[in-house]
Design a protein around this ligand. Sequence first.
Ligand SMILES: *Cc1c(COP(=O)(O)O)cnc(C)c1O
Length: 361
Amino acid sequence: MGEAGAELTIDLDAITANWRLLSAKHPSGPVAAVVKANGYGLGALPIATRLFREGCRHFFVAHLGEATAIRSSVPGAMIGVLNGLQPGAEPAYIAADLTPVLNGVGEVARWREASRDAGRSLPAVLHVDTGMSRLGLDADGVGALAADPGLLDGLALRYVMTHLSSAECPADPGNERQRRIFARACAALPPAPRSLANSSGIFLGPDYGSDLARAGAALYGVNPTPGAANPMRPVLHLRARILQVRHLLAGDSVGYNATWTAGCPSRIATASIGYADGWMRSLSGRAVAHFDGRPVPLVGRVSMDLSTFDVTGCPGAEPGAWLELIGPGQSVDAVADAAGTNGYEILTSLGQRFGRTYLGT
Ligand SMILES: *Cc1c(COP(=O)(O)O)cnc(C)c1O
């Protein structure tokens, strides 16, 4: 750990607290933990292990490989695989007791055949597209299953689900539209528990409650209610070590293409983090770091492995000291704003070169 130029600390107690808060906000049913993309970059295994210990019994990932990676850590829990059932993958799903999210009638047919071959019913989540136009059954697919429910024979339908496209915008009429299309589809399909809200959907109110919410971002501290105060606890700290400090004269420039020039004598700290670590190049000249609670501006271009900060007036900022990049002084959402993206992309971009420390394992 001492050698790492940057360190990520992930607070599993805070993730647990966020799961509990979301669960309290969603009294109609449990809250599944979405741990796709390695738990939004923070570590699917430690997160799933901890939440399972706390009583979480539903998990979602995107890929089969992500599901098998956490299977033994969450024995008996449902693991839903959002990206669906790829041809030939059926035996792997059965062997690891995984639950495919079936996104079309072809996938339904293949899973039904697998069930017949296995001689027992197999768990499934049925995904209905209500406006994302991304994955899930379209209206024709819903119609086909409604007209012939025998197409679902042999499947233990754990949930019928849909995904909201704009849940973080409560005023968007699309939310209500999707909710109504979903209700209509569910009424046409054989009765099954329903799964509707993502993180932000949980905050849209009781109309968006269902038998299972699916929360990712909010578990990891991203604000599910942009425009209002963040109800979630921050879960991570990112800090980078200062490698060198140099004294610039007025007129000296910094970094590739000399995009920043000192207007007066300045102290510039070069820290061990760059865009290869997910500290994005688009942050150049826009983000800050904090030293001892004081903001120090990022100056010049972020390069692959290094970033430069103006620490004039911070005499303690010396080689070996640490700059805080994400933490009390600057949230994930603030970094995302500065980078022109969302918190999801910041989290999933965090690189693999960091030392990683988990609190509350
Ligand atoms: C990623 C994902 C979620 C979780 O969304 P968050 O906004 O991170 O809570 C839920 N459902 C589906 C289908 C997803 O792809």
